[in-house]
Ligand binder design. Structure first.
Ligand SMILES: [Fe+2]
Ligand SMILES: [Fe+2]
Length: 273
């Protein structure tokens, strides 16, 4: 299950209403993350690709498909926010304050701070190609979880059909883009990719949100911290992390590792064995 909070013994002890509360809040956060990511991260750069503003000058056909991505993602954001409103109406459960950033948006911001602004567009293309492949895997896994409530599952399956196409499209974009970069640009991007992936896959925002659910359920601060540690304390980003493994496999497949020093950069950071 995606939200282990709901099966933690301390939450189970609080009864079914507490378990539902934790699951509904987690669904709110998931859908809000979708809405933020689609509008502020994926679409921001998909629009720049569509308008030919990235250095790799992708062909007109690719730019046109990027526009269809923009339409899809705006629709996904709309459905996600509608889902939150509908569940709020039917359950009466008020959403806790939802994070205004995601691990992905913070990871991109972090890299922007380290990178020459002239490289930001080139980096953003790589970042969304990575995100559009990892997020799809996450949705596939979620939609296979038969324990999930039906409306949540329906919303996911609709999204999944689009994301399967996006994943293939962005692999193609990444292959073309990486090849079109100069050696110098590839080296500069390769140097920041391990740090980007590390920030992207960290669990700090999820930890903070899980803690806010536990506080809302009336747990005292000591208990909150001990449950959060049970859930996330064992987190380590190693080469065996499934999303990291799938990102690295994609780099291999689309040629990122074949051109330039990206493979060496991941080895040096301990993320690739
Ligand atoms: Fe989407
Ligand atoms: Fe997408």
């Amino acid at each position: 299950m995606r939200q282990p909070l709901a099966t933690h013994p301390d939450i189970a002890d609080l009864g079914e209403a507490a378990r539902s509360f934790a699951l509904v809040q987690s669904a709110y956060k998931y859908m809000n993350d979708v809405a933020l990511t689609e509008t502020e991260v994926i679409n921001r750069t998909a629009i720049r690709i569509a308008n030919g503003r990235v250095a790799s000058a992708l062909p007109a056909e690719v730019r046109q498909i990027a526009l269809t991505v923009v339409v899809d993602e705006a629709y996904h954001a709309l459905v996600a926010r509608d889902f939150i409103a509908a569940v709020h109406r039917s359950t009466g459960i008020e959403p806790l304050p939802l994070p205004s950033e995601t691990e992905l948006s913070l990871a991109i911001e972090q890299v922007h701070g380290e990178l020459d602004p002239a490289l930001h567009d080139d980096f953003d293309v790589v970042a969304i190609c990575i995100a559009e492949n990892t997020l799809t895997k996450e949705i596939v896994e979620l939609s296979r979880d038969s324990e999930l409530a039906t409306p949540f599952l329906e919303a996911l399956q609709d999204h999944l059909a689009d994301e399967a196409m996006h994943a293939a499209f962005f692999q193609r974009v990444l292959a073309t883009h990486w090849q079109a970069l100069t050696d110098e640009r590839r080296a500069a991007l390769a140097a920041v990719l391990p740090s980007f992936v590390t920030h992207y896959l960290n669990v700090e925002i999820q930890r903070g949100f899980d803690a806010s659910i536990l506080r809302a359920l009336g747990l005292d601060e000591t208990k909150v911290q001990s449950v959060v540690d049970d859930l996330h304390g064992g987190f380590r980003l190693t080469p065996r992390h499934p999303m990291l493994a799938s990102i690295l496999a994609m780099f291999e497949r689309v040629g990122v590792f074949a051109l330039g020093p990206a493979r060496d950069a991941f080895r040096a950071s301990g993320l690739l064995s």
